[in-house]
Design a protein around this ligand. Sequence first.
Ligand code: ATP
Length: 311
Amino acid sequence: MDSTTTVTTRRHRRKEKLLVIMGATGTGKSRLSIDLATRFPSMEIINSDKMQVYKGLDITTNKIPLHERLGVPHHLLGNVDPAHSELTPSEFRSVAGAIVSDITSRRKLPVLVGGSNSFIHALVVDRFDPNSDVFYDRSVSVSSELRYNCCFLWVDVSMMVLSEYLSSRVDDMLDSGMLEELAEFYNPDKASEDSAKRTGLRKAIGVPEFDRYFKSYRPGCEEEGTESEKDSLRTEAYEEAVRGIKENTRQLAKRQMGKILRLRRGGWDLRRVDATEAFRAVVTSSGRWSEIWAKQVVEPSVKIVKRFWDE
Ligand code: ATP
């Protein structure tokens, strides 16, 4: 074998590196990705949250705001037109795969960040079969043959602490304008033109729950009845929607944790970083949140990523 052949063969064997930050909704994946990117400036982030890929509903879907991205490049975050029918795992594999190659060709490190395990799975497995679902079909086994050289960081928070945090996060989202955002999205005057546009986002938690509320209390329309009747009925309907959002968010987190455990049982080498204490500090307002986060989450993650980057 001549030297050219040897080099070519080696090059073919070398897989592209991909850092994957996974975890249930609300566990601080985006925050960690920025904390890491400020220490490893070569990182570029690819979003793998299936609702955040669409343009719109930024508060409702919890997209990291522009000013918190600190200039770190983000891909597939709010780029897809919501008129696009639901983005499938196959489509994600192909679009995100091209982005990984592009980032790698510029000698940067692609970092996949998001809670959609079906997207993560579709992107990283060597052979992806769109007709079989590893998460719902128990007869299908998880493949640990991956097409990238992956480092999986799993941000884990105990479900009890996470539940409490998620409930207060929904209140914060409402304070930040979630209801107004959803009212605009619902706007019945634009319904005919917009209804088709909502295909991708129609399942985002908050949309179906507030849909019922808006059907009775159409944004901008006055309802009939005395003032006190109107107020109490409206408050009841609002509270029911908020309860629904909190419950469905908790259920989503549980399902996502179940899927992560399934991938781990299937042989994926997930490096678990425990963020429970940091979140306990948030829910108890102890004031030590950022200190604990830096020590227990960022520090071990930096070590893992450094080793991965240098290998
Ligand atoms: P599935 O196999 O159920 O599609 P998945 O792991 O691919 O799961 P998830 O991220 O768990 O995808 O999303 C499942 C559902 O949870 C979405 O269809 C949506 O209803 C809701 N959801 C997920 N992410 C968000 C988000 N950022 N904002 C609002 N709702 C979300």
